[in-house]
Design a protein around this ligand. Structure first.
Ligand SMILES: *Cc1c(COP(=O)(O)O)cnc(C)c1O
Length: 379
């Protein structure tokens, strides 16, 4: 079964025994910049490429400030910390996400509160958030509290799943009304637009990831973006061991982190960013090609939500039920074509199994059915 699907995917990536889900492409000045970083001897925590990378991210997204970090998870941890997430707080997020989203919340000593996603976007549902807050929260001294637990609900972390923008405008309005910080986990959606604005520029803060499997990569890396200068300054300070500038003294004025992006990785990131629009363009062409093919197949291809331009990081199909999903995964992987199900829903993982959840009907529905198919930029 699925011979036709496998044959079609092989026409996109010809002459390959094994077809991975997503692999990087180095077609620009990567080697030149990395060699330049080595020649400069600045390969580590100081160097010109870090600043250049941060400037390029601001230019590209339109964000006011960018702070490079060692990976996307560290970026999310820092974004939550500078947004004021504290031990004992609660933070709204979606169960359909990579584990890093919930982990970063826990690193702050806070508890994830899992609410449902929309079926169309696969991202956090503004309807679910609004209903939960209307039924379960109360405002006191300009802050949002969970009526049941008595704990502050401090922030909300929507995720733009597989690169498809969630309904971020509605979430922005709800977070303002209920006084929650909004931190976008845009790890997967660099290059995606919602109503002509980059994902990541709606929240108080946002993060992108440059891990090896993302749209562009620098080996490992992340970045925080924000329009708030004070938050950016704070994030820069905390990610660089909270060291106070001084010609020779080692003064650290609070608990800091060694979360800075090495210059070597930043060099790679700069070269990849130069080709980002080319990659997004080609990923969108690939998605259109897939959409066309799956018209005549009993599998639904997920297209970008209304009002959005998606980077189509990972192309996604919907099977009709979990048995068919498993059959699809089995057949394609056995044929050397890498396909994957959704992540295990986060509230089902051992360390999050006692967390509060809302109704998670759509998250469960999607997790039972969705599969990701090969999505690298074709060569
Ligand atoms: C990739 C990813 C991250 C961060 O990943 P790193 O590997 O730490 O760069 C965070 N959240 C989501 C949803 C991701 O997909």
């Amino acid at each position: 079964m699925y011979n036709e699907v496998c044959a079609f995917i092989r026409t996109i990536y010809p002459d390959r025994d094994f077809i991975p889900l997503h692999e990087p492409r180095f077609i620009g000045r990567e080697k030149e910049y990395v060699t330049d970083a080595i020649d400069s001897t600045f390969v580590s925590s100081v160097g010109a490429y870090v600043t250049r990378f941060e400037e390029m991210i601001c230019d590209y997204t339109g964000a006011g400030h960018a702070v490079a970090t060692v990976n996307g998870t560290a970026a999310l941890h820092m974004a939550l910390l500078v947004a004021g997430v504290k031990p004992g707080d609660e933070v709204i997020c979606q169960p359909l996400s990579f584990v890093a989203t919930a982990n970063a919340i826990r690193y702050c000593g806070a508890e994830p509160l899992f609410l449902d996603v929309d079926r169309e976007t696969m991202g956090l549902s503004p309807t679910a958030v609004e209903e939960f807050l209307a039924d379960n929260s109360t405002q006191k001294d300009g802050r949002c509290y969970n009526r049941k637990t008595g704990r502050p609900i401090r922030a909300c972390v929507p995720m733009h799943t597989f690169g498809h923008p969630c309904r971020i405008d509605a979430l922005t309005e709800i977070c303002q009304r209920f006084r929650l910080s909004l931190i976008e986990d845009a790890a997967e959606s660099l290059g995606s637009l919602y109503q002509d604005r980059h994902t990541g520029t709606f929240g108080d803060l946002a993060i992108f990831s440059f891990n090896g499997n993302k749209t562009i990569t620098c080996g490992g890396g992340g970045v925080i973006i924000t329009d708030n200068e004070a938050l950016a300054t704070k994030a820069k300070h905390l990610t660089t061991t909270a060291k106070v500038p001084h010609p020779y003294l080692y003064e650290h004025d609070e608990l800091g982190y060694n979360y800075r992006l090495p210059n070597l990785n930043a060099a790679l990131a700069c070269a990849q960013l130069e080709n980002l629009e080319f990659f997004v363009d080609n990923k969108r062409k690939l998605a259109a090609h897939y959409a066309d093919f799956f018209e005549s197949q009993p599998l639904a291809f997920i297209t970008e939500p209304a009002g959005a331009r998606s980077n189509y990081w990972l192309n996604t199909l919907l099977t009709t039920n979990i048995a068919e999903r498993d059959h699809f995964l089995q057949s394609t992987n056995a044929a050397g074509i890498m396909t994957r199900p959704a992540w295990n829903l986060l509230h089902t993982l051992k360390m999050y199994s006692t967390c509060q959840t809302g109704e998670l009907t759509n998250a469960r529905w999607l997790a039972d059915r969705l599969v990701n198919i090969p999505s690298s930029v074709p060569q």
